[in-house]
Design a protein around this ligand. Structure first.
Ligand code: FES
Ligand SMILES: [Fe+2]
Length: 437
């Protein structure tokens, strides 16, 4: 083993291991900042979060502070939130509406399309700052898909659609849930955990841990007469209860399994969902509507955008490393547009009681990941993690680990340059009538 070897991908013995050094080394993190967060498409926000002219949200994207906003003409922008004078933030609010961003340090002012328009004491400069510096910088590439905005700091990176490839089908399954489209519920969950960001990537697409870590939730569901995920009898579009895992080029992956149960949903909430499903069936056909409303889906879009649809909630999550052992998470709930107040309340309740940092699911996950990070203290003695489950099966189940291996192979390619073949599993998207799927 060389110091460079981070994964062991042994096809003969169906063994896949990850070097625990990858989760603890600050040197690895520096390489990730350059090769991953500097060169891939990173999620910044959804268009519904800045509905009107001059609306803005500030975000941290891959370690860069940005303003995600609409300018005075209503065009979406992403501006780097750093003053050209000496670096201070030009916008210190998390969201709002502003035509001008004024740096609080010495007062340089920028229009919300970026141009530098006022410099106090401008007459003291021999070369005018506005002419020299022009305006706030933007990431090299900004693009969107179905209302989701992404940035890429690498001007030479392939475009967003090429990068997402077939995996974008899972964004469609979320975005098509209402004829009017979808929106982000106001309010975000922000929390940090003392664990490496890649542990949260694994966890977000890990069907194996559900039964042990989330047994409280499972017990609650069973008390309410619902069947916990991956344990039922129903198949949906030919997908068995245990579900299936998928791999896509560029490290994206999804696991899916029949959705089961709407904990604490009222009849009205169930009716709203049934109505949306009927509309989808008419627009796109039965297969696609079944996939949309009958299958639960956990997707990762490389490197760290997660979209999880469990029918009772549809959550979007992204996270970036603070250090090798700390990660900052932001989570949102998505709702189909045009639903009634009661449905919105159900989703808000769900966001708080299940997905949120004090909900039924997240604290258990955080605890498991922080324990793992602590365990890596013994990496000198126990140096490798195992990600082999289901390897070699023609169709790995949702509680196997194909999706993580797919992600790790892309991570490895970007960090070491070593290109490893996929496992060759294939996924045929459920046909979407009348639309080019
Ligand atoms: S740092 Fe912004 S005006 Fe000086
Ligand atoms: Fe979990």
């Amino acid at each position: 083993m060389t110091a460079e070897q981070f994964i062991i991908d042994d096809r003969e013995n169906n063994l896949f291991r990850v070097n625990r050094e990858a989760f603890t080394s600050e040197d690895v993190l520096q390489r990730e900042r350059k090769e991953i967060f500097g060169k891939t498409w990173l999620y910044v926000g959804h268009e519904s979060e800045i509905p009107g002219k001059n609306d803005f949200q500030t975000r941290d994207v891959g370690g860069r502070p940005v303003i995600f906003n609409r300018d005075r003409h209503g065009d979406v922008r992403v501006l780097l939130n750093t003053c050209l004078h000496r670096g201070s933030s030009v916008c210190r609010h998390s969201s709002g509406n502003a035509k001008i961003f004024t740096c609080f340090y010495h007062g340089w002012a920028y229009r919300n399309s970026g141009e530098l328009v006022n410099v106090p004491g401008n007459e003291d400069y021999k070369s005018e700052p506005a002419a020299v510096y022009k305006g706030l910088q933007s990431p090299a590439q900004v693009d969107s898909y179905r209302g989701l905005y992404f940035v890429n700091f690498d001007p030479d990176a392939p475009d967003l659609l090429t990068f997402l490839g077939e995996a974008r089908y899972f964004i469609d399954l979320a975005a098509d849930q209402s004829p009017e489209g979808v929106a982000i519920l106001e309010g975000t969950h922000k929390y940090s955990l003392k664990a490496n960001w890649k542990l949260l990537v694994e966890n977000s697409i890990d069907g194996y841990h559900a039964k042990s870590v989330h047994h409280t939730h499972f017990e609650m569901m069973m008390e309410l007469g619902a069947t916990p995920p991956m344990l039922g009898k129903d198949t949906v579009n030919g997908i068995a209860p245990a579900g299936m895992g998928t791999e896509f080029p560029n490290g994206h992956a999804t696991l899916m399994y029949p959705a089961n149960g709407l904990p604490l949903a009222t009849d009205s909430v169930k009716q709203t969902l049934a109505g949306l499903r009927a509309q989808a069936e008419q627009a796109f056909g039965e297969n696609y509507a079944n996939a949309m409303f009958g299958l639960a889906r956990n997707s990762v879009f490389f490197p760290s955008l997660i979209l999880i649809d469990l029918s009772f909630g549809l959550t979007l999550r992204t996270f970036y490393p603070v250090s090798a052992s700390e990660t900052l998470v932001t989570g949102w709930q998505i709702i189909p547009k045009g639903v009634d107040e009661e449905f919105v309340k159900y989703r808000i309740d769900n966001a708080l009681t299940f997905w949120g940092p004090a909900g039924l699911a997240t604290p258990d996950d955080v605890e498991a990941l922080e324990q793992a990070q602590k365990g890596f203290g013994a990496r000198g003695e126990v140096g490798w993690s195992d990600v082999s489950k289901g390897m070699g099966k023609p169709v790995p189940a949702a509680n196997d680990e194909l999706q993580m291996r797919s992600w790790w192979r892309e991570w490895n390619r970007r960090i070491t340059g070593e290109q490893l073949p996929t496992e060759g599993t294939s996924f045929v998207p459920f046909d979407k009538q009348g639309v080019d799927a």
